[in-house]
Design a protein around this ligand. Structure first.
Ligand SMILES: *Cc1c(COP(=O)(O)O)cnc(C)c1O
Length: 425
């Protein structure tokens, strides 16, 4: 009998996976809350919200019901020349909870395309004004997605090396992590000229780059500096949005407001592929004209898919309840207590937290092959303990769904301590 894993291996090419050496994929048959159930009867605590998307837990009945009802009513319609209730209602409900200058919603279907749209809006904004600007500023080790424009503004690494000749030039600033603020602000003074079209950042937490965290104050100063030159500010909140950082959006920690925002991942509660790029009235206005050439010529087959919009409305219903907001605070408090204990471990460094997101480095003086392989060792060890975490190199992090109970968090924390004990030995 062939297993699902074997059938998979015959026909599938997985994301971010070296198919020659990767272990067999684990078949998941069901999910509920923070738990994934494996084919062989095992349970995994999903402490990464299934790649940072599942904010209310798996198979949530409220979202399932809204999605099911929408599927029976209108599953899809073209969005050029047509509209529908879920798309309009989602924009109506989302705009009031975003920074107050955000006025227009443009739909696409994943985080990378939300970034592509923001970049195209920014470049064409300057084009339409008749003052073309070509430069973009981003942070080192940024991650904005895997399509070409998104790759171009991300930090350059082994992942992007084969495509380097095809990526447009970007000027990078070091991330203004604690202790480096003054240095970055000094560098920025030379970088922000009136040739810079846009400055794109993951506000407060750089996710895929290793859960690099920095303070709102320095980002406010950088935003203010860029803005004196008219540069458009893009907040890529694909990961940080929808409560992850403790506030509804990381931009809410700032005084300066971004001009454009990119949202996806938690938008649908992690059920469907949908993304949004929002912008200010000034950007929107720069595309209004009797001249057709000023149009934003961009769209996707599944733009504003009604089922995905319905999932997002259901997710917002849940997210905006006081109960869910209390869950976010509860998880943040649990993390804070865990962080105090973590800091006592000799193999843990740079413990950092923003809301429901806790990260730390595994550090060791010994350069044994065991430690060079630390990422795989940690991943396998935790999986064995029934905890799904996915270290980024030597960076371990917890990004649980908001429904995760304190008891479940304790299980994950104890698994981490067991790993640390093994590394300390
Ligand atoms: C995941 C991510 C993206 C890309 O989103 P996809 O839906 O995977 O294309 C973009 N920006 C940030 C900050 C992300 O974390």
């Amino acid at each position: 009998m062939t297993t699902l894993s074997q059938r998979d291996q015959a026909v599938i090419w997985h994301p971010f996976t070296q198919m020659q050496t990767a272990p067999m994929p684990i078949p998941i048959v069901r999910g509920k809350g923070s738990v994934l159930y494996t084919e062989d009867g095992g349970e995994l605590l999903d402490m990464i919200s299934s790649w940072w998307v599942t904010i209310h837990g798996h198979a949530h009945t409220h979202i399932a019901e809204r999605v099911s009802a929408q599927l029976r009513t209108l599953e899809h319609t073209i969005f050029a020349g047509f509209t529908h209730e879920p798309a309009v209602q989602l924009a109506e409900r989302l705009l009031p909870v975003l920074p107050t200058n955000q006025r227009r919603v443009f739909y696409s279907d994943n985080g990378s395309t939300a970034v592509e749209v923001a970049l195209k809006m920014a470049f064409q904004y300057w084009h339409n004004l008749g003052k073309p600007r070509r430069k973009v500023v981003a942070f080192d080790d940024a991650y904005h997605g895997d399509t070409f424009g998104a790759m171009a503004v991300g930090g350059r690494s082994a992942f992007t090396a084969p495509f380097a000749p095809f990526l447009f030039d970007v000027t990078y600033l070091p991330a203004p992590v604690p202790g480096r603020e003054a240095e970055v602000l000094e560098l920025a003074r030379a970088v922000f000229t009136d040739e810079v079209a846009a400055f794109i950042v993951e506000p407060l937490v750089q996710g895929a780059g290793g859960m690099v965290m920095y303070e709102p104050d320095v980002l406010d100063q950088l935003f203010a500096m860029a803005r004196t030159q008219g540069t458009l500010l893009i907040a890529d909140e694909v990961m940080t949005g929808f409560g992850r950082t403790g506030k509804l959006f990381a931009s809410h920690y700032l005084t300066e407001q971004p001009d454009l925002m990119c949202l996806s991942k938690g938008l649908t509660g992690g059920t469907m592929a949908l993304s949004i790029t929002t912008c200010t009235e000034a950007i929107y206005d720069a595309f209004l004209s009797t001249d057709k050439m000023k149009t934003l010529f961009h769209g996707h087959s599944f733009t504003a898919n009604p089922v995905a919009c319905a999932a997002s409305l259901a997710s917002l219903d849940l997210l905006l309840t006081s109960e869910r907001q209390a869950d976010i605070q509860r998880i943040a408090d649990q993390h804070t207590a865990f962080a105090i204990r973590l800091r006592q471990s000799p193999v843990v460094g740079n413990v950092r937290q923003r809301g429901t997101l806790l990260a730390f480095d595994l550090v060791t003086s010994g350069q044994t092959s065991y430690f060079n392989n630390i990422r795989d060792v940690a991943y396998d060890f935790l999986l064995e303990k029934g905890v799904l975490m996915r270290p980024l190199g030597n960076v371990l992090y917890l990004m649980p769904p908001y429904c995760t109970t304190n008891a479940q968090l304790q299980v994950a924390y104890e698994a981490v301590f067991a790993l640390l004990a093994q590394l300390e030995a």
